[in-house]
Write a protein that binds this ligand. Structure first.
Ligand code: ADP
Ligand code: ADP
Ligand code: MG
Length: 452
């Protein structure tokens, strides 16, 4: 086991990883920006190193500084969390050169699966169904037009390096295609440092279903069940996630799990990863991408499998064998996560900053809170607006929903505006309660919410 792990992240996920380190008896080093001096992850860590000014590019995305902090701390491993360097192969590569373990997959697996177009090719090779689309990156506009015509409109133009819902454009016809493709390429270049785009046919009103996998370096790979994440905003960002997907039949569950394991094994995957699928109204499922990292919504899987994914990641990275086999994985109950953001639900979800004067999350056995916020903490405009995750676990989906509704009612936050009012409305909606949701459901509810 490692003696010291550096956490190259901030916010709730840095706190979550520090806790896992401590539970394993491992020292935790935090990094922080000048704006995050007072952050909870800095207080929780055994030591903390400032890596730069407030903006992400100056600090958390400043690779020389984060690598320098790693060397100074003497950490023998780095956990990247999600976002930031978690899917950057050059970061994992640089750590390897320094003799420091990257707590995540091998560099080759990030390279292969982190790029969406090449991940699609790997999925096809592993006989995992993919959304109909282009065979790879589009060489030019003309090629895009030809393939779009073959697929049939509407099509999605997707950034191969995209993530976090960014870099996706929908083209409804050939007239708007060229302009949208140019825009998508520029946007992808600006956001991800690569203008590569590919095409996928639009699956109308799909469900987003993803499979959590975990593999060790001794050839073992298992799936830890699925998560349903169709509750997404207009920008394809997940808002509420749950496990299991209550409407999935046992046969399809096993099939999807097997497909995910087959694909992960085919690319030599090690550590935690998520294979994302879209499911159409007829129950057909299609691979869309793999996230080669810890996922925001991992807690719902932890709650239902009673497996600590973050601890397991650290153990596997240190060379240990997976402590469970597929036959040991059983899920119990139903867990739902709601992402709480510092966004004003009454003002079109505009970011909200300021000092949190009241922070009283509900306290009960069925409530798990993951957050870096406390009373007196200042929310700054520099980072992702997610300030907490509320994870509710019940015996059944129905019970979990009831408990979630009352937990949202109980949660008191003052000083900043949040999306809680919208979450309450969502959780009470007929669509959500019945489970009859798809990725277009929230945008529909939002339209009504905004009164247009
Ligand atoms: P998950 O896939 O775990 O549900 P999200 O897609 O919501 O998570 O992304 C988690 C975080 O990581 C978000 O803050 C998002 O902005 C960021 N993120 C994910 N992928 C990328 C990427 N390729 N580039 C930049 N940020 C990313
Ligand atoms: P990201 O890397 O940003 O998470 P994904 O490829 O996982 O991008 O897609 C994010 C979301 O965008 C999906 O969950 C889904 O809502 C929507 N989406 C992506 N591809 C398609 C598609 N081919 N048809 C319909 N919706 C899609
Ligand atoms: Mg995705």
């Amino acid at each position: 086991m490692f003696s010291k792990v550096l956490i190259a992240n901030r916010g709730e996920i840095a706190c979550r990883i520090i806790r896992a380190c401590h539970e394993l008896g491992v020292h935790a080093t935090a990094v922080y920006s000048q704006a995050d001096r007072e952050s909870l992850h800095v207080q929780m860590a055994d030591e903390a190193i400032c890596v730069g000014a407030a903006t992400n590019t100056d600090s958390y995305l400043n690779m020389p500084n984060v690598l320098m902090a790693t060397v100074i701390s003497g950490a023998d491993a780095v956990h990247p969390g999600y976002g930031y360097f978690s899917e950057r192969e050059n970061f994992a590569d640089a750590l390897q050169a320094l003799g420091v373990t990257f707590i995540g997959p091998p560099v080759e697996a990030i390279a292969r699966m982190g790029d969406k177009a090449s991940a699609r090719a790997a999925a096809v090779a592993a006989e995992c169904p993919v959304v109909p689309g282009s065979a790879g990156i589009l060489a030019h506009e003309e090629e895009g037009l030809i393939i779009a015509e073959q697929l049939g409109y509407p099509v999605l133009i997707k950034a191969s390096a995209g993530g976090g819902g960014k870099g996706i454009r929908r083209a409804n016809n050939a007239d708007e295609f060229p302009g949208l493709m140019r825009m998508a390429m520029q946007e992808a270049d600006a956001s991800f440092g690569s203008g590569d785009v590919y095409l996928e046919k639009v699956i109308e009103n799909p469900r987003h279903v993803e499979v959590q996998i975990m593999a060790d370096e001794h050839g073992n790979c298992v799936y830890l069940g699925e998560r349903e994440c169709s509750v997404q905003n207009l920008r394809h960002q997940k808002m509420v996630e749950e496990a299991p997907f209550a409407l999935l039949c046992e046969e399809t569950r096993r099939e999807m799990g097997a497909a995910a394991v087959r694909l992960a094994s085919a690319v030599g995957y090690v550590n935690a990863g998520t294979i994302e699928f879209l499911m159409d109204a007829d129950g057909n499922y299609y691979f869309i991408e793999m996230n080669t990292r810890l996922q925001v919504e991992h807690p719902v899987t932890e709650q239902t499998t009673r497996i600590d994914i973050v601890q397991t990641m650290i153990k596997v990275a240190s060379g240990e064998k997976l402590p469970f086999a597929q036959s040991d994985i059983q899920t119990r109950g139903h867990s739902i996560e709601a992402r709480i953001t510092a966004e004003d639900a009454t003002k079109n979800f505009a970011p909200s900053c300021g000092v949190v004067t009241t922070w009283k999350p509900p306290q009960a056995d069925h409530v798990r809170m993951e957050s870096h916020v406390y009373e007196g903490f200042a929310i700054t405009p520099f980072y992702d607006p997610m300030i907490a995750k509320m994870i509710i676990t019940g015996d059944s989906r129905r019970q979990a929903i009831e408990l979630l509704a009352s937990a949202l009612d109980e949660f008191q936050v003052e000083g900043i505006k949040t999306n809680i009012p919208f979450l309450k409305r969502l959780v009470a909606s007929e669509e959500f309660v019945s489970g009859d949701v798809h990725t277009g459901t929230v945008p529909q509810i939002m339209k009504k919410w905004n009164g247009d």
